[in-house]
Design a protein around this ligand. Structure first.
Ligand code: NAG
Ligand code: NAG
Ligand code: NAG
Ligand code: NAG
Length: 520
């Protein structure tokens, strides 16, 4: 008899004791805004090179003054898809399968066996939104809304992988979308896609094709502001992953470009970052981590439309011919600007030379959100919360840089950092401004540079010095260990890089030009 009275009370009490901690004691989980610029150079951030006295990035400079500038931060690869895949999974391409870029005709993308940090945040109640360039597969299950994002607005791949009615600045210049003709929509016109309109995708639908390059920044901005305001009004923690079209060609700065097209674009990007920061400061200040960085170094062959590598000029390579930025494992290819900002949590006006990587974003965000990643796989990123929040400048003991196209087999770990030293097993130059390339070259014993003395990577250490011998032994041992670890990782994925014409995003396959917007 008494049971009948006790049970409802017990249920009621259990209900309340389980509700109370979440309502009153437990702090709200932090929001994350990850801003990834495209093809930006380490030297493009004014704060990295104050002696140049340029004023292209006032908002980022301010963010650095109110936060932490990471000076030895590296993109996980030197081209787009592998870099983004490694950021989202916290793993090298040799594990996650993405070792080179996907194409407009790619049928697949980031392997579905891979787990992304947005997926894990989403499962724990975060609203996850992505704005911008995806480039990890645009078909069916590979699209952003199936890989962990509640909302998506952006371009499925790079902004030069499709035509527009009013082209931006590129070298060579691409013509507007052709209006007639019967060839394949994928026919290239001097390296330009002249019959495949560049699509703008919202969630999983094409909303504009071709999109308008010149108003894209405004569209990204208003979507970002909506997300920040909406989620903050709902009291839901959010992840906003903004993968900007800036600084990848074609550049399309809205303002008059008296200072040059590249500088105008950089200022435009900086102002977009400033607007996002203000929106976050107005709503969720002190509860939002903003982390700005880049996907790889500047695309040197674009000459005046490419960014600055700063002092990381890769002279050993450029002296022999060939570029030393994007697509290479020279510093200019993967050392990128990075600023972390979180008022009240990250000390202001600080900088750190801890050796860090874009792969660290995965474990760091999960750690800050109190989420454990799946334990059935190996990871290559490290939890950098102590660098961010406690000024402990301890980064990776070793960091490997995979080949991204300039030499050898895609994804191979052909350069290694150990402290101030960097070793190359293989070198190669990408196409430079003017067209020169550097041929791939094997190094046994490896070339070793001291980046502290020689940021330009010009003069390798003498092989017979004790300094060289010590470093070479440590690095060789570590490389064996890592390769063994990857070989025995039970969750290594293989990406499907097959291409089919019908896989390209197209509003209307029957038309001569892939478009769903009429010319006015
Ligand atoms: C995308 O999803 C959001 C909700 O998450 C919805 O408000 C919006 O209308 C969707 N857009 C399209 C084009 O389906
Ligand atoms: C934000 O809220 C507005 C107004 O409620 C709504 O129209 C819009 O679809 C929401 N957008 C997103 C991205 O959630
Ligand atoms: C944010 O944190 C700073 C430093 O702890 C504090 O001075 C400021 O009042 C906080 N702002 C808000 C809006 O909570
Ligand atoms: C930031 O630090 C630099 C020196 O590292 C100093 O010159 C500058 O005044 C500081 N700025 C602020 C706003 O404290």
């Amino acid at each position: 008899m008494s049971n009948c009275h006790v049970r409802p009370l017990l249920v009621w009490m259990l209900f309340w004791t389980s509700m109370l901690p979440t309502v009153s004691n437990q702090a709200k989980k932090p929001n994350f805004i990850i801003i990834l610029a495209d093809d930006i150079g380490w030297g493009d951030l004014d704060a990295n090179q104050p002696e140049r006295k340029s004023n292209n990035t006032p908002n980022l400079n301010l963010m650095a003054e109110q936060g932490l500038r990471l000076t030895d931060f590296h993109s996980p690869a030197s081209t787009c898809s592998p870099s983004r895949a490694a950021i989202l999974t916290g793993r090298y391409g040799l594990r996650n399968g993405v070792t080179h870029n996907f194409a407009v005709e790619s049928v697949a993308g980031l392997p579905l066996s891979e787990v992304t940090f947005p997926q894990l945040l989403q499962k724990e109640g975060y609203y996850t939104a992505m704005i911008g360039k995806w480039h990890l597969g645009h078909n069916g299950p590979h699209s952003p809304t199936n890989r962990g994002f509640d909302y998506y607005l952006g371009i499925p791949y790079s902004n030069d992988m499709g035509c527009t009615d009013k082209p931006g600045y590129n070298l060579p210049k691409c013509p507007p979308c052709e209006s007639a003709g019967s060839q394949s929509i994928r026919s290239l016109h001097g390296g330009c896609y002249s019959k495949l309109g560049l699509p703008l995708i919202e969630n999983s639908s094409i909303v504009e094709q071709p999109l308008d390059l010149w108003s894209l920044t405004d569209q990204y901005e208003s979507a970002a502001l909506k997300i920040i305001h909406n989620t903050s009004a709902r009291g839901q923690p959010f992840l906003l992953y903004m993968a900007l079209a800036h600084m990848h060609v074609p550049l399309a700065p809205a303002g008059a470009a008296s200072e040059g097209v590249y500088a105008a674009s950089l200022k435009e990007m900086d102002s977009l970052v400033g607007t996002i920061k203000s929106a976050s400061d107005d709503t969720e200040k002190n509860n939002t981590l903003i982390w700005f960085t880049g996907d790889n170094g500047p695309w040197e062959q674009k000459c005046q439309y490419a960014g600055s590598v700063g002092p990381f000029t890769g002279k050993w390579q450029t002296n022999k011919g060939g570029g030393s930025a994007k697509r290479t494992t020279w510093e200019g290819g993967h050392r990128v600007p990075a600023v972390a900002y979180w008022p009240g949590r990250i000390p202001a006006n600080a900088s750190s030379s801890a050796l860090l990587s874009g792969m660290d974003i995965f474990p760091t965000l999960l750690s800050l959100a109190g989420i454990n990643p799946p334990t059935d796989r190996g990871y290559d990123g490290m939890d950098a919360t102590s660098v961010l929040l406690r000024q402990e400048h301890v980064g990776h003991e070793f960091l490997f840089h995979p080949n991204s196209g300039a030499a050898g087999r895609f994804g191979d770990l052909q350069a290694v950092r150990a402290g101030k030293y960097k070793a190359f097993y293989i070198t190669g130059g990408a196409e430079a401004c003017g067209g020169a390339t550097g041929r791939p070259q094997l190094h046994d014993p490896p070339l070793i540079f001291d980046l502290e003395r020689d940021a330009a990577e010009e003069t390798p250490l003498e092989v017979h010095t004790p300094e060289y011998q010590t470093v070479a032994q440590r690095i060789a041992r570590k490389r064996e260990e890592l390769l063994w670890d990857i070989a025995t990782d039970e969750s290594v994925s293989t990406a499907d890089y097959r291409k089919e014409e019908s896989a390209a995003p197209c509003c209307d396959q029957r038309q001569a030009v892939c478009r769903c917007k009429t010319l006015d």
